[in-house]
Write a protein that binds this ligand. Structure first.
Ligand code: ADP
Length: 491
């Protein structure tokens, strides 16, 4: 959860949702590991008794509690051997043991403190065993009425391990079933969450459909298809406390729909920051991402020379990841001084300046469960150029001049040619029809991106999950019609 620890969008979502749920008045508690990068602060309080975590063999951990600004409670699980390093996910290592411990700690925290929530909301494979405990070891205890909601932020990472993991987890071996948590003879923590959760959500409606297909299901499309009736996609919102061009304290100038003069100042600062030619008339195209195949920026690297040759544009890249791609962009910056800028690394402040100063934002993702940067871009009047996949399709409206519609430029095929043509299209509109760019910008900035709408949908999902859970247990038997969710429109 940002700002405690962040790898990608999941951290932003958990933080935003925490704030909104506390605002609705719910007693909300977040439990996450205390990673090596997190140091105790004066507001942290160490719980007097250590937490007994009933994995096999049992172990103890220290638990820190701290009030979140919103009124929620943060809980940090300290276990140096498991979480003492800086990284959230340890590269080239089996991380499953670390997160089995987290899953069990959630259950044991409830027992030890006597706090039994109505719903436990789990995120990605790292929390996939929590719904399994609720359906197995907890059936005779006070937690058995707790419903679970499992949110998939990314299907690619699944938390796979040998069947011995079940023994460590203190779970019965009969769960090792292909119609349950076993996949290709291994324990699969993502599948465990999908199979056992009361309700499943994905971070966009379109991704909920895509993951049921072989192309996007990463081998678990059937498991998801089997849970179709209990699955819903909810598009992420934007945390406007952090991403609002009118108040963003990291920018050299603020701006809004009514007065875009600050955006021009940000563009100039961006051009200066990357030693680009300072010229307001040249469009700046930007990309910020983890440089891995998912994000499709290899397609941009492939056409970079062509773009530089054919179009009068500038390009700025911020990211890190695949060394070959890092090198490709660094080389491009050297080959095209004044026209291509590149920063390899993670820099949150710089990402704000890029979103504010750029004119277009490039996201040619091969898959994108939701994607946040296209939404930040639109809020900052920077027009997204996206591939039609996952949440990119749900959030970016295609430019259609005759209908006076659109908040960006979309293309369907994950190919360098399709990306090249779409950048060319946007560049032609920039130079030939600046009034159209202004209108696109207005529409993009007007888009309602706040979390309020999505958070209300999550609250509905919690109610839906509680209703289903209690009915399943025979506790709710009345003739009331079961809780149903309203249809979720794309935004
Ligand atoms: P994912 O979760 O797949 O990485 P998202 O678009 O959902 O993709 O979220 C990525 C988040 O991480 C965004 O907030 C983005 O601004 C941020 N981000 C990614 N790479 C960097 C970087 N190199 N520097 C700063 N922020 C970054």
């Amino acid at each position: 959860m940002t700002p405690r620890a962040k790898v990608g969008g999941l951290a932003d979502v958990v933080a935003a949702l925490t704030k909104e749920m506390a605002r609705f008045g719910h007693d909300t508690r977040i439990l996450m590991p205390k990673y090596g990068s997190m140091q105790p602060e004066p507001t942290w309080e160490s719980l007097s008794a250590p937490l007994d975590v009933h994995i096999s063999p049992p172990e103890q951990a220290r638990l820190w509690q701290c009030p979140h600004d919103s009124g929620a409670t943060e809980l940090f699980l300290e276990h140096d051997e498991l979480y003492g390093l800086q990284e959230v996910y340890l590269p080239n290592r089996d991380n499953t043991n670390r997160f089995v411990f987290l899953c069990r700690a959630v259950i044991d925290y409830c027992h030890q403190t006597g706090w039994f929530p109505d719903v436990i909301h789990c995120h990605d494979w790292m929390s996939g065993l929590v719904p399994v405990y609720l359906n197995t070891t907890e059936v005779d205890g006070p937690l058995h009425v707790a419903a679970s909601v499992f949110t998939i932020h990314n299907m690619q990472h699944q938390g796979e391990a040998s069947p011995g993991l079940l023994t460590t987890a203190g779970l019965p071996q009969h769960l090792m079933n292909p119609d349950g948590i076993a996949h290709n003879g291994r324990v699969n923590m993502l599948k465990a969450g999908i199979y056992h959760a009361t309700k499943v959500t994905t971070v966009s409606p379109n991704y909920a459909r895509e993951v049921q297909t072989p192309a996007y299901g990463w081998g678990l499309n059937e498991a998801l298809h089997n849970r179709e009736k209990d699955t819903i996609g909810i598009l992420n919102g934007v945390d406007t406390d952090e991403w609002n061009p009118a108040t963003d304290p990291t920018l050299p100038a603020n701006f809004s729909l009514d007065d875009l003069s600050g955006k021009a100042i940000c563009k100039q600062a961006l051009q200066e920051r990357f030693d680009l030619e300072v010229d307001a008339s040249i469009p700046v195209y930007a990309a910020i991402a983890r440089l891995y195949s998912q994000k499709g920026l290899d397609l941009l690297a492939e056409i970079l020379d062509g773009l530089m040759h054919d179009m009068k544009i500038q390009i700025v890249i911020l990211g890190s990841g695949d060394p070959a791609l890092e090198e490709a962009f660094q080389n491009a910056a050297e080959r095209y001084p004044g026209r291509v800028g590149c920063f390899i690394g993670y820099d949150s402040k710089l990402s704000h300046l890029i979103e504010a100063g750029a004119d277009f934002f490039i996201m040619p993702s091969r898959f994108e469960p939701c994607g946040l940067n296209q939404m930040y871009s639109m809020a900052y009047g920077t027009l997204p150029i996206v591939r039609e996949t996952g949440g990119l399709l749900d959030s970016v409206q295609q430019y259609q001049p005759l209908k006076e519609e659109g908040t960006g430029f979309r293309f369907a095929e994950a190919s360098a040619a399709a990306l090249y043509h779409t950048i060319g299209w946007s560049c032609a509109v920039w130079y030939d029809q600046p009034e159209e760019i202004a209108k696109l910008r207005q529409r993009a900035m007007k888009r309602d991106a706040s979390w309020a709408h999505s958070a209300r949908l999550y609250q509905d999902v919690y109610l839906w999950a509680i209703d289903t859970r209690l009915r399943g247990l025979g506790i709710l038997k009345d003739s009331r019609t079961p809780f149903t969710l309203p249809a979720v429109p794309s935004r």
